[in-house]
Design a protein around this ligand. Structure first.
Ligand SMILES: [Zn+2]
Length: 167
């Protein structure tokens, strides 16, 4: 599942393509990342507050089911990826592209890079990620690439997955 790599990196966001590839080779590693970023101390059911290892489904990696009340929690609920039909791996690639491109990228380039057949899908993903990552007071701070990487790191973690719950 790649969990060891995630634990070692303490949920940092990858700074290079090889690192990205190592951390997120499949849907399962993306789902694990989302789970860890939401419940750093382990799953807590939002319906009954029960905290125990939830039921997991091999064909629905996005869903965790509480062992106590049987309610399902979606890993993408309240994020920019809510109710998405696009694979998590595509979203992660997309977020990587957006956060590593300081000049921004057009929806057409985005569509091509992600190998998406529909322009509309690329456009919507790009739009949602940008809305989720906007942080006016800290945008474009830092003159060198090192600082940009750190800033993008924070943007990714606090905004793509958590801050965007308000959007
Ligand atoms: Zn529950």
């Amino acid at each position: 599942m790649g969990i060891d790599a995630l634990e070692r990196d303490n949920l940092s966001f990858p700074c290079s393509l090889p690192e990205f590839q190592r951390m997120f080779p499949n849907e399962a590693t993306c789902a694990t990342y989302l789970e860890r970023s939401r419940w750093s101390e382990g799953f807590i059911c939002e319906y009954c507050g029960f905290s125990e290892e939830p039921y997991r489904f091999a064909n629905r990696l996005n869903v965790l089911r509480c062992r106590h009340c049987n309610c399902d929690t979606s890993l993408t609920a309240d994020t920019v990826m809510a109710r998405t039909h696009t694979p998590l791996t595509v979203w992660f690639w997309a977020a990587y592209l957006v956060s590593s491109q300081t000049q921004g990228m057009s929806a057409v380039q985005f569509q091509r890079q992600l190998g998406l057949s529909r322009y509309e899908t690329a456009f919507q993903i790009l739009r949602k990620l940008r809305v989720g990552m906007v942080r006016p007071d800290q945008d474009r701070i830092g003159g060198n690439s090192e600082e940009h990487v750190e800033l993008d790191d924070l943007r990714w973690r606090s905004h793509a997955w958590q801050g965007a719950r308000n959007s």
